[in-house]
Design a protein around this ligand. Sequence first.
Ligand SMILES: Cc1ncc(C[n+]2csc(CCOP(=O)(O)OP(=O)(O)O)c2C)c(N)n1
Ligand SMILES: [Mg+2]
Length: 282
Amino acid sequence: MNTAFETYETAWCPGCGNFGILNALKDALTELGLKSHQVVIASGIGQAAKIPHYINVNGFNGLHGRALPPAIAINIANKDLKVIIDSGDGDTYGEGGNHFIHAIRRNANIAHFVHDNQIYGLTKGQASPTTAKGQKTSLQFDGVILDPVKPIKLALTMGAGFVARSFSGNYEHLKKMMKEAISYNGYALLDIFQPCVTFNKVNTFKWYNERVYELPDDYDYTDIDNAFKVADEWGDRIPIGIIYKVEKPTYIDNIKFLKDGPPLVDAKLDPMMAEKYLDDFR
Ligand SMILES: Cc1ncc(C[n+]2csc(CCOP(=O)(O)OP(=O)(O)O)c2C)c(N)n1
Ligand SMILES: [Mg+2]
């Protein structure tokens, strides 16, 4: 157990897939040599979104579906911080779906870890955007009637520069993907399969273990056609790994004074500069 970022009592169920994610996250930060004050984790609402309370780094636990706006603002205000989001599939692809789409366009420097348990865990098992069609839940008694969101394909379509998937039951793989996402300069989506042992009796550790396979070493993640094919693989075999990765200018790269200047938090403020602009109205 990594105690560098302290250990807190959690409100998660015994056996929850979130434990694997929290452990891998602490170890990934440690191996990257990051200290508490250099990292900030933003989240929305949900079981996954409780992570800022369970790790000793800077944290922002906001509203449901609203992890991305503060995370983007933090990156713009202090480009020296490592900004990470930990939030759920509902929070990211449902309530926060609009932010998700537009955050990819902005390409702020954020590692976004989605705890994808394919269910609304905190509110006791209603279907989330990634729950399989036909799956019976605590609310959809006769089965979900909607087709699920395909997060990997959606992110590729929107032009994300880093798109990956991992599984909370594969510690080494997950830690590696987290380190890659955190080190990537730009918006990095890491969708993480995270069994919800209480409210999703379909997508269990066994279910994922039987299907998940690692993309081979010779897989070319710079090829968008490959990536779309991999994004469509679902069923008996589900790929994990870096599905797509290319370098592209970030939000800060596109704004000269943010790129070349000090972090905004350190910028000198001269209120008298406003006088110049006020003259236009006089
Ligand atoms: C605007 C708004 N809608 C609905 C809710 C109720 N709510 C809180 S958490 C949640 C679902 C969370 O699911 P997910 O993001 O997948 O996280 P999990 O609990 O599964 O980790 C819902 C519907 C809310 N708090 N705010
Ligand atoms: Mg969920």
